[in-house]
Design a protein. Structure first.
Ligand code: KG4
Ligand code: ZN
Length: 352
């Protein structure tokens, strides 16, 4: 009989968050530990890959020990190991993959490397004492995956069946937030700081462009927006910039949110699927959450957005995706290596 996996230990180190989680097959999160490296990268206003991988190598093993200690569990209670193997920063991924493989080998347990984006897509299906997805929410659905490295729209027919409807042709939405934050001197990480500043600004103070606004497309583009903001900011004195900051942030954020929502809503209406997932680090954005919720209510669409703790990178979502795969009999072998680039839809086509 095929082995049944009840509990996995999951590891996520694809970018600058070191995360470990204990997850059950139904999505119940027993433990989720995330150690962000924001402070070490802040002086550089962006992630420094060398520093990221070095930090992962310092903190990952202690975090694994902590997750077991705090749940009074030991390695014998774990059925398998799950790790983000792709895509991401090569050196960062490597730390997680090598650690998971070593544990799998020494403990004689199965392990699987999963795609980070698959984790984000299923993050709303995690559950804990204060969160659970709306009843009746299930595949098929549309998933808007928005993070620092990705902006994609998928038609999710079932677990493992993903059709890419559209993606960004240049910068990711999170990248657009982060670059803007750097430009106006808000610091790092940018998205959340722009979000906070925008709360007291006017969304229509600056007329920033929305790419492909008149086209019936599912593609995104944010590089024109970034250049437009650059032009406005360049002409300002320090003082003017300081005074204009809330309006600049609100208008810039509005342009990103409008672009995201126009594609997401179009794909929901075109496919006739009345279920939408908005996920990834940028789904923490308060304006995006508000606009998505308002639109969903008006259009009688079921909406699932993870709570903030499962929006940004976390091992719990990786564990949930991995345990589904392990329970389908999939395994990775010891020659698995990290892959910096790995489009989800192409990977799944190969696996099918
Ligand atoms: O999913 P994530 O943690 O890492 C990647 O897989 O990239 O996403 C990080 C991105 C960053 O670009 C960050 O600025 C953005 O998510 N982000 C936000 C907010 N919180 C995080 N963007 C806009 N508003 C926020 N509140
Ligand atoms: Zn991510």
């Amino acid at each position: 009989m095929a082995q049944k996996f009840s509990r996995v230990l999951a590891i996520e180190t694809s970018c600058d968050d070191t995360s470990v989680s204990l997850v059950l097959a139904d999505g119940h999160v027993e433990k989720s530990l995330v150690l962000n490296q924001n402070q070490v990268h802040a002086p550089f206003a962006g992630v420094v890959p060398e520093i990221a991988s070095r930090s992962h190598s310092s903190y990952l093993v202690p975090l694994i020990e902590q997750s077991l200690n705090e749940t009074n569990l030991s390695f014998k209670d774990i059925d398998g190991l799950v790790v983000t193997a792709r895509p991401g920063l090569l050196g960062s991924l490597m730390v997680g993959v090598v650690t998971a493989k070593s544990l799998a080998l020494t403990l004689s347990k199965p392990f699987i490397g999963v795609n980070h984006l698959e984790g984000h897509i299923w993050a709303p299906f995690l559950k804990d004492e204060s969160y659970q997805i709306a009843e009746g929410f299930k595949a098929p659905f549309i998933a808007l995956t928005v993070s620092g490295g990705h902006t994609s729209l998928y038609l999710v027919e079932a677990f493992g069946e993903y059709t890419l409807l559209g993606q960004t042709v240049d910068d990711a939405a999170g990248e657009a937030f982060d670059k803007f934050a750097k430009l106006v001197g808000l610091g790092y990480p940018g998205g959340v700081l722009v979000d906070q500043m925008a709360k007291v600004g006017r969304t229509d103070a600056y007329d920033f462009p929305r790419a492909f606004a008149k086209e019936e497309t599912f593609q995104f583009s944010f590089s024109g927006l970034k250049t437009a903001a650059q032009r406005v900011v360049e002409k300002m004195s320090e003082d003017e910039l300081h005074r204009a900051l809330p309006d600049l942030c609100a208008s810039y954020q509005e342009a990103i949110v409008d672009s995201l929502m126009s594609r997401a809503s179009r794909s929901v209406l075109r496919t006739g699927l009345k279920r939408l997932v908005v996920t990834g680090g940028v789904s923490a954005n308060s304006r995006l959450r508000f606009k998505a919720e308002t639109w969903a209510k008006e259009n009688k669409v079921l909406l699932a957005i993870p709570p903030l703790r499962y929006c940004s990178d976390n091992a719990a979502m990786i564990g949930y995706a991995g345990i589904q795969r392990l329970n389908r009999g999939e395994r990775s072998s010891q020659d698995l290596g990290p892959a910096p680039r790995a489009p989800l839809h192409e990977e799944m086509r190969e696996l099918k």
